[in-house]
Design a protein around this ligand. Structure first.
Ligand SMILES: CC(C)(COP(=O)(O)OP(=O)(O)OC[C@H]1O[C@@H](n2cnc3c(N)ncnc32)[C@H](O)[C@@H]1OP(=O)(O)O)[C@@H](O)C(=O)NCCC(=O)NCCS
Length: 422
């Protein structure tokens, strides 16, 4: 993808944080409080930040920024338990005075090529508008449940939960960063990112006042086992509310949480569901089969909405497909279409025995199934079945039975979700 005439792509260092935030302020509307600038800047991964700089005075001040994009570095859990390197695209914005001139397209070409060059197998993102990124091959790889739970919602018992210890504190990178990263590394659910990279971890702890709305600053609930090993966390804020009769009915908001096992999950939610002066808990992002939803004695108590979670774009088909497990033996030829990366394009033989996948180019082989990179990316984490995509006419079966066989192999034993927003 070529760069639009009149602009050039540059890497951006932290001394231009103000210019970058200015583009985002224009792109996402609204002002930023001056006292929030440092908090926002602390979330920007400057080792991977790119910008479109104006070169033609006809478009604006030469050297000014017209568009920005950045990406976090992490490893993402895939079905079977492997962690694969993935780029987390973020901070994408084009100033409205420069929109629809191909700046995003140029930045996307740059981002995807960069991910490939770094050995990442895919790029993932949260979409401000779901249509934007599909043209670049991103598929809807995971959905999330946002639930509102009444205070005191009862949970079924889980042995060992009561023995776990709980700390509730102001969230701090210095005090809690290592514990949160350690828990992230242990969560087995597909779609979970690691927080091993310093910039990726730091971004979790930015707490701009604008994000608080009517709530308090960012708190953390940390669950530890008897040896002090962290086993669950939730970032949360409380919003105090009293009705006209003076009855308290505040809200607990949590937007990122994780637990390594059932006892830790139980302890985490037991505490969040019983905070004084609160009337309800807004819990997100839950996986569609989240343990909390199964622990509730009254599942209907969780008033739930489902929406898109992460979008994924495989950039290296053989590396991505080799890294995940296949739930049953399979031997099939998949023809992948990819308008951006021609070496992803073409027939691939996918074989698996004992769960381990093997993928090799199969030039000239007759495909059993034809699939676009967007659909392959959507199915990669097991968030949608190839059968569902075929039913929607988005996958072409060439050999009768191929969809059934491949759909079974591509299943995941738990639904994917990315448990933190970036
Ligand atoms: C979305 C945004 C980044 C697009 O930037 P841009 O430079 O205008 O995009 P481009 O000119 O490169 O457009 C590339 C293609 O995407 C399409 N497109 C761009 N924005 C779109 C949108 N919001 N919805 C649907 N399609 C969109 C364009 O029509 C174009 O299609 P084409 O190649 O078929 O002609 C920009 O409008 C923006 O900053 N919006 C507000 C912030 C935002 O949504 N950021 C994304 C965060 S996830």
């Amino acid at each position: 993808m070529s760069v639009t005439p009149g602009y050039r792509l540059i890497s951006l260092a932290s001394d231009r944080a103000g210019d970058m935030l200015d583009v985002n302020r224009w792109a996402f509307t609204g002002d930023m409080r001056p006292e929030d600038l440092d908090a926002y800047a602390s979330e920007i991964p400057f080792s991977r930040t790119r910008a479109m700089e104006i070169q033609d005075p006809a478009f604006g001040e030469v050297g000014g920024l017209a568009g920005v994009a950045a990406s976090y570095t992490f490893r993402l859990r895939v079905p079977g338990g492997s962690l694969v390197p993935v780029a987390g695209l973020t901070w994408v914005g084009v100033h409205p005075g420069h929109r629809r001139r191909g700046l995003l397209r140029a930045m996307m070409g740059d981002h995807l090529a960069d991910a490939r060059a770094r050995g990442e197998v895919a790029s993932a993102l949260y979409a401000a508008e779901t249509e934007i990124y599909q043209r670049f091959g991103y598929g809807l790889a995971a959905r999330q449940v946002d639930a509102r739970l009444p205070r005191g919602a009862e949970l079924r018992d889980v042995p060992g939960s009561d023995a776990l210890r709980v700390r509730i504190e102001d969230a701090s990178l210095e005090r809690h960063g290592a514990a949160v990263a350690r828990i992230q590394r242990r969560i087995e659910r597909p779609g979970t990112p690691t927080l091993d990279h310093e910039e990726t971890l730091r971004a979790r702890f930015g707490d701009p006042i604008a994000h608080r709305r009517d709530s308090e600053r960012m708190r953390i609930l940390l669950v530890e086992d008897a040896d002090g090993v962290p086993v669950a966390y939730a970032f949360f804020r409380r919003e105090g509310k009293w009705d006209e009769d003076g009855v308290p009915g505040g809200k607990v908001h949590t937007w990122s949480f994780g637990a390594v096992d059932a006892a830790a999950t139980h302890r985490l939610w037991s505490v969040l569901l019983d905070l004084d002066l609160m009337g309800s808990v807004e819990a997100m992002p839950l996986a569609t089969d989240d343990a909390l939803l199964w622990l509730l004695k009254d599942p209907r108590a969780a008033r739930a909405r489902i929406r898109d979670n992460i979008w994924l774009r495989i950039v290296d088909v053989p590396a991505a497909l080799t890294a995940r497990e296949y739930l049953c033996p399979v031997d099939a030829v998949i023809e992948v279409t990819d308008p951006l990366f021609h070496d992803n394009h073409g027939p691939w033989r996918v074989t698996s025995r004992d769960g381990e996948g093997h993928v090799e180019a199969a030039p000239g082989a007759t495909p059993d199934l034809v699939i676009g990179v967007q659909e392959l990316s959507a199915a990669y984490l097991g968030g949608v079945s190839l059968g569902a995509l075929a039913a929607a006419g988005l996958v072409e079966e060439r050999t009768p039975g191929a969809v059934h066989a491949l759909a079974a192999a591509f299943e995941s034993t738990s639904a994917p979700v990315c448990n933190l927003f970036f």
